[in-house]
Design a protein around this ligand. Structure first.
Ligand code: HXC
Length: 257
């Protein structure tokens, strides 16, 4: 499939989506939204894909929603068209999705990275929610996901001042899981995605579902949900194989059954 604003590739069982609007630092316009969500939908329903990576360029993961596209938007159009709601499809992608971030991840770019399951950053990465400088506020989840990721103090600081957070601070605050040298970013991210892709598919999807549930449920409900998923995995052939392989001191041969 050929797209105008993204590049896609399947390497082994890992799908890679690269944002590709270099002239606008990968600013997220409506075409990017339509194309990225279409590509992810195709990967979700493709059995040959076990995990995915979302990345940008060395200079910018994405410098935000496209300001030139948004500038003349009126409230009624934004409201009736449910402006930016289409991006929710990234957060509901069922398979593991890792963001590999280099350079700017600002506004919608930071929010897009936070829709992924975790973020691996190059040491050049800069995260920010500068919407306030434009007279708006985060609109793709920043006020909610950033606050859950880094806590109120840092989230308020970022959202109210519009300042950027570098990779070191982002790792310290738990916004990103790993920081690597720029040249290592794709290798490290693809290695992580490949590792996940080698594990039993049902367990991987349930693990993602269980962690995500912690953001929605009370502790008691989340624990009950986790326990039921955990118990259900004993119905899979891969649980039998994984545990037999451990006991027999051999490598497991998973079947995704
Ligand atoms: C449209 C953008 C853009 C954006 C950069 N460009 N960011 N176009 N929307 N968000 C374009 C510039 O206009 C310019 O095009 C080209 O990309 C290169 O950018 P420069 O500014 O020349 O690069 P540089 O000097 O290196 O500065 C990089 C930067 C700066 C610090 C990242 O571009 C910047 O501040 N961008 C805006 C960041 C921002 O405010 N993001 C939040 C957007 S609001 P030309 O044609 O002039 O060469 C948002 C809301 C999300 O995301 C909520 C839901 C919608």
């Amino acid at each position: 499939m050929t797209y105008e604003t993204i590049l896609t590739e399947i390497r082994g069982t890992v799908a890679i989506v690269t944002l590709n609007r270099p002239q606008a630092l990968n600013a997220l316009n409506s075409t990017v939204m339509v194309e990225l969500t279409a590509a992810l939908a195709a990967f979700d329903s493709n059995d040959a894909v076990a995990a995915a990576v979302l990345t940008g360029s060395e200079k910018a993961f994405a410098a935000g929603a496209d300001i030139k596209e948004m500038q003349s938007l009126e409230f009624v159009d934004a409201y009736l068209g449910d402006f930016v709601a289409g991006w929710d499809a990234v957060a509901t992608f069922r398979k593991p999705l890792i963001a590999a971030v280099s350079g700017f991840a600002l506004g919608g770019g930071c929010e897009l990275a936070m829709m992924c399951d975790f973020i691996i950053a190059a040491d050049t990465a800069k995260f920010g929610q500068p919407e306030i400088t434009l007279g708006v506020i985060p609109g793709m989840g920043g006020s909610q996901r950033l606050t859950r990721a880094v806590g109120k103090a840092k989230a308020m600081d970022m959202v109210l001042t519009g300042r950027m957070m570098d990779a070191t601070e982002a790792e310290r605050m738990g916004l990103v899981s790993r920081v690597v040298a720029p040249g290592q970013l794709m290798d490290e991210t693809l290695a992580a995605a490949g590792k996940i892709a080698g594990f039993p598919r049902a367990a991987v999807l349930m693990a993602k579902e269980a962690v995500n549930r912690s953001f929605e449920a009370t502790l008691a409900e989340g624990l009950r949900f986790e326990r039921r998923l955990f118990q259900s995995l004993f119905a899979t052939a891969d649980q039998k194989e994984g545990m037999a392989a451990f006991v027999e001191k051999r490598k497991p041969a998973f079947s995704n059954r």
